[in-house]
Design a protein around this ligand. Structure first.
Ligand code: HEM
Length: 399
């Protein structure tokens, strides 16, 4: 990882938007209009009770007419939205166990081509689902929008775009990676310290961006509406055997739902700073490792390549220099602080609405376990506290 050019070309990590897809397309060739028109109208089609009939009427459209990565990513986004809407529909008991072949076949073929599972992922709904309103204007929440929405009004925009903007702020730190490796190569303490200070400021900016979520996203709308469409079919009691992709396989398949746990950026800092999630609870480490298989293959390779590079932590340990150790610890602390804030957010957006909901429906009972599971399928608080604990454990002792 010697230069930004290598990072961008080999690993598809952009200098400006990090792991996000730069300038996602909004349109596909004409023959894909039937897909686009359903995806554009999901909230209305669900409200009117027409969505499933419209999906079942779709012609079989081959993916051969899609050219280039950006068209393929847009098609995946569209098919992912349609699939989630078709399966979960109004979010009640009426769940579909079989995805019709006219969607399942192109979706699975395209997913295989891109090396991703056939379910809506963070790489689709966050990383490839954005546009600037004024193309000359800034990358700001006010000047941006999502390309497709689920029911729940502004919820889709608030959740996906806030995640994207957090991701982009944090990803600005990636531009330091070539100088970090160069500093390690030349045993250059000052250069490493400078790069670490820049990472700290990127992580602080990411947290500031994250804090804006409360003013944008309503907890009950998020919990009761948007979350329905992000759920997967792995470890989900509503689809205990998974989803059958008709015309592709006779057996149902299980895939985890979309979650920011599929974001490469936090894992990137863990690797870079030598925060070994594998040293924590085995199930938490296994989940994070599994989530890598839900990331675009180039980003998986990026993380692997970072892992095989020289260790920042070992160098800091060997130098025994107070100010370098402090800079390293401040980086780790910035990750702890992001994860602490994330835990607060999960309490406000999952635990509290779940308990409000269960008090309404069954006042004497505890919140059912399913309600407090993440869309990725984890037992939320245990998992997240564990990951935070391992992060804290990476802080170095100062004499
Ligand atoms: C309403 C806002 C949010 C909620 C309710 C939420 C919820 C969750 C849940 C439940 C998990 C556990 C995995 C799963 O089962 O899905 C998780 C993991 C994770 N989330 Fe979020 N999340 C939110 C926003 C964000 C944002 C904006 C980011 C940053 C872009 C983020 C980054 C992560 C990461 C990196 C993990 C993996 C655990 C870790 O590395 O600390 N989340 N989130």
């Amino acid at each position: 990882m010697k230069s930004l050019e290598e990072i961008s070309k080999k690993y598809h990590v952009d200098e400006h938007v990090g792991f996000a897809l730069p300038n996602p397309l909004e349109e596909l060739p004409l023959r894909y209009d039937p897909w686009i028109s359903i995806a554009k109208n999901i909230p209305d089609l669900i409200e009117n009770g027409e969505l499933r009939a419209e999906v079942e009427k779709l012609p079989m459209i081959s993916i051969d007419g899609l050219s280039g990565h950006r068209q393929q990513r847009l098609a995946r986004l569209v098919l992912g939205y349609i699939t989630m809407a078709y399966v979960w529909y109004k979010g009640d008991e009426d769940v579909r166990k079989v995805l019709p072949s006219n969607i399942a076949i192109p979706y699975c073929e395209l997913s295989e081509k891109l090396g991703l599972p056939p379910i809506l992922l963070y790489a689709d709904c966050v990383l490839a689902n954005w546009k600037k309103i004024d193309p000359e204007g800034p990358m700001s929440y006010e000047n941006m929008d999502v390309l497709f929405s689920f029911p729940g009004g502004d919820c889709t925009k608030a959740f996906f775009l806030t995640s994207l903007l957090v991701e982009i702020e944090a990803a600005k730190a990636i531009n330091n990676i070539p100088s970090i490796f160069k500093a390690l190569d030349h045993q250059d303490q000052d250069a490493l310290q400078k790069a670490l200070l820049h990472i700290i400021s990127c992580l602080h900016n990411a947290k500031e961006e994250f804090e804006k979520i409360r003013g944008r996203l309503d907890p009950d709308q998020f919990f009761n509406v948007l979350r329905i469409y992000l759920a997967g079919w792995k470890g989900n009691s509503q689809l205990p055997d998974g989803l059958q992709y008709e015309g592709v396989s006779d057996k149902p398949e299980m895939f985890a739902g979309g979650s920011a746990a599929q974001s490469s950026i936090f894992q990137c800092f863990d690797v870079l700073l030598g925060i070994k999630q594998s040293a924590g609870e085995p199930s938490a480490a296994a989940f994070l490792q599994e989530m890598r298989t839900y990331m675009p293959p180039a980003h998986q390779k990026f993380l692997q390549s970072l892992e095989s590079g020289p260790s920042v932590r070992d160098f800091v340990l060997s130098e025994k220099d107070d100010s370098l150790t402090k800079a390293y610890n401040d980086c780790v602390q910035a990750m702890v602080s992001l994860r602490n804030y994330h835990l607060e957010i999960v309490t406000s957006y999952i635990l509290n609405p779940a308990s409000r909901q269960s008090k309404k429906t069954a006042p004497s009972k505890e919140t059912p376990e399913m309600e407090t599971k993440g869309t990725g399928g984890t037992n939320v608080m245990n998992f997240l506290k564990n990951v935070r604990g391992t992060t804290e454990g990476a802080l170095l002792k100062v004499d």
